[in-house]
Design a protein around this ligand. Structure first.
Ligand SMILES: O=C(O)C(O)[C@@H](O)[C@H](O)[C@H](O)COP(=O)(O)O
Length: 232
């Protein structure tokens, strides 16, 4: 298992503040060492407050590339688009100077976009900071339990960086980074709130059950440090 640390906060506001500060420091460090930084974020409702605070951090955002761990296969104008979420809540204020690489292409089907994305992401190399959420079913990114493409998504020897996904219990066809690509990150942060999700996360830590709880594969297969950021 990876080196897992757990950061707990009294309130979600304190969590968002601390996470924005920490991610900002990681990006500044990456820029100092390599000249640029890659930040991969997730969608959902949890990161909204954090995005707002991170967007106000002073750092050389021109040198930061922001992209997503997964997205829904929807127009960027759709309210459920993660690209829309990031553009409206993160790529504002200071962070408006960052570049953004969307996972959504003009292709009708996410499977048709995989090769092109694969090439773009080969140039990116190792991700500096990856921030993931988690669903109460143990999914992370769009690696959902029991979906047909999950086997490829969880194969850490796979050279494939993305899979197309149709979740059984959530709306919209999606594209997701594979576990192998997610794990090619210098720092992985799991950002969750609430007691229910915390219990799910602890269960995932207690046993390797990737098909039932894909987040457990992330926890068990990671080589680089993982940090849980949690508040009730
Ligand atoms: O785009 C997405 O929906 C995700 O990347 C997904 O993995 C998300 O992080 C979890 O479903 C948690 O979502 P909430 O924050 O809304 O609970």
């Amino acid at each position: 298992m990876s080196k897992l640390s757990k950061q707990e906060f009294q309130t979600r506001e304190q969590l968002d503040q601390a996470l924005a500060q920490h991610v900002s420091e990681l990006l500044i460090e990456a820029i100092a060492i390599r000249g640029n930084a890659t930040l991969v974020v997730s969608g959902g409702t949890t990161p909204l407050g954090f995005f707002g605070l991170l967007s106000k951090q002073h750092l050389d955002w021109k040198r930061v590339l922001v992209t997503l761990a997964d997205d829904r296969w929807l127009s960027e104008h759709h309210q459920d688009s993660n690209a829309r979420l990031v553009k409206e809540h993160l790529l504002v204020n200071q962070a408006a100077h960052a570049s953004f690489l969307s996972l959504k292409t003009e292709d009708l089907d996410p499977d048709d976009a995989i090769e092109g994305l694969q090439n773009s992401f080969a140039e990116i190399g190792e991700i500096d900071v990856l921030i993931l959420g988690m669903g109460a079913d143990g999914h992370t990114a769009s690696l959902f339990p029991n979906t047909p493409s999950l086997q490829e998504g969880l194969n850490i020897k796979s050279r494939q960086s993305f899979i197309g996904v149709m979740p059984l219990v959530a709306p919209h066809q999606r594209i997701s980074m594979t576990l192998a690509r997610l794990l090619n990150s210098r720092k992985v942060i799991v950002h969750i709130t609430g007691v229910e999700k915390r219990a799910v996360f602890e269960t995932a830590c207690d046993g390797f059950s990737p098909r039932k709880m894909p987040i457990s594969a992330l926890i068990y297969e990671a080589i680089n440090p993982i940090a849980l950021y949690w508040a009730e």
